[in-house]
Design a protein around this ligand. Structure first.
Ligand SMILES: Nc1ncnc2c1ncn2[C@@H]1O[C@H](COP(=O)(O)OP(=O)(O)O)[C@@H](O)[C@H]1O
Ligand SMILES: CCCC(=O)OP(=O)(O)O
Length: 354
């Protein structure tokens, strides 16, 4: 069985080909900010990203027609249980209309659907970002009209948590981990005995990331919204695409920021330190969620490749529990496995109902 895996992030599209559980090749295409900014809505990027996928297949000498299924990262849907979902007409319409919000992960299902239709094979999404396992206590925000929402890097965090649990001779269900995904967005989650009982909404809460604001001072935010200087869309863009490190340094590339820091740019240093400071504070919050009963703190995602970033975070939070660094992501393997379980009849694909 061959599965083509498509994983669109805010700054890149990752693509991989699997023959059963074996990854034949894996690659990532970085999308320059000026190209992505040309699209009014994230859903509009699907043809641009499909062209990048087809170009990659040609470069790898792999034909689309040889795949038995296409698996894409799932998006900002209504809260749902984890699992593998068929991408049908209804689901692709929801991802395109994006009532849950704009995000690159909405493109995973859309691209998988269109590629699947070209060669008449099923398209799936697996453990989308909307997976919700939060405890009732975690849902309080302080305003009944604004319950907290679980939007996170669930797919990678769970895959990496399972891997680290195996390494220490336990199952995911037996451990308490704080898992931190440091990608375009940042998720800091309390994984308690196999359930993600609390997590910051990676699109609008928690630490600032390379392009997102994270939690903002609420009073000042309301004042800015009503200042007359910004439309609703401009404010949403500020929060989800143009905030965080990008707002301070005008780059979403942490490697470029780190290079500037090493060349003596003090503002770049301060901003990177602030990002690590905020991540550390959120880790402290999740330690309190688990009443200090933490087996490991796991740092993963693209930014976990950076020694500066992992050391800066570790020095503040190592007192809580041992820190494991798993740079990059296991999302491609997790997506392929989800599709393969359905293709092999080990699991039934779910149908998205909302
Ligand atoms: N070796 C590295 N050192 C520092 N930052 C890195 C490194 N590799 C990737 N990154 C940064 O990670 C971020 C992207 O992370 P990634 O997990 O690929 O996010 P996404 O999938 O959301 O696009 C970018 O800011 C990128 O510059
Ligand atoms: C919205 C949660 C997932 C997320 O932030 O993903 P990226 O880091 O790929 O933008």
């Amino acid at each position: 069985m061959r599965v083509l895996v498509i994983n669109p992030g805010s700054t890149s599209t990752k693509i991989a080909a699997f023959e059963n559980e074996t990854c034949l090749w894996k690659t990532g295409i970085d999308h320059p900010a000026q190209e992505i900014e040309g699209f009014a809505r994230v859903g509009d990027q699907y043809e641009y990203r499909i062209a990048a996928v087809l170009k990659t297949l040609a470069l790898k000498g792999d034909a689309l027609e040889t795949f038995n299924a296409i698996a894409g990262r799932g998006g900002l849907l209504a809260p749902l249980i984890g699992g593998t979902y068929f991408v049908d007409d209804n689901l692709v319409r929801v991802l395109q209309d994006a009532p849950g919000g704009e995000h690159a992960s909405n493109l995973g299902g859309i691209i998988a659907y269109h590629l699947g239709r070209r060669i008449n094979v099923p398209a799936f999404i697996v453990d989308p970002v909307a997976v919700d396992e939060m405890e009732p206590l975690a849902r309080f925000s302080g305003l009944p009209e604004l319950p907290r929402i679980s939007l996170s890097h669930a797919l990678n965090m769970k895959a990496v948590a399972r891997k680290v649990a195996r390494q220490i001779g336990k199952t995911y269900q037996e451990v308490n981990f704080i898992v931190v995904h440091l990608g375009g967005g940042i998720s800091v989650a309390a994984h308690y005995k196999g359930r993600m009982i609390d997590v910051n909404n990676a699109n609008s809460e928690g630490p600032f990331s390379v392009d997102r604001c994270g939690t903002l001072p609420a009073y000042q935010l309301v004042k800015l919204c009503y200042s007359g200087n910004y439309s609703e869309q401009e404010m949403l863009n500020k929060i989800t695409k143009e905030g965080g490190m990008f707002a301070y340094l005008k780059t979403k590339d942490a490697r470029a920021a780190e290079k500037r820091m090493s060349e003596g740019d003090s503002q770049a240093k301060l901003v990177l330190e602030a990002l690590c400071y905020q991540v550390s504070k959120e880790i402290g919050a999740m330690a309190a969620v688990m009443a200090g009963d933490v087996d490991r703190i796991v740092l993963t995602g693209g930014l976990a490749h950076s020694q500066f970033i992992t050391c800066e975070i570790s020095r503040r939070i190592a007192f809580i529990a041992k820190v494991e660094v798993v740079p990059g992501e296991e999302e491609m393997e997790a997506l392929a496995s989800g599709a393969l379980r359905v293709l092999k009849g080990e699991e039934q694909a779910l149908v998205y109902q909302a």
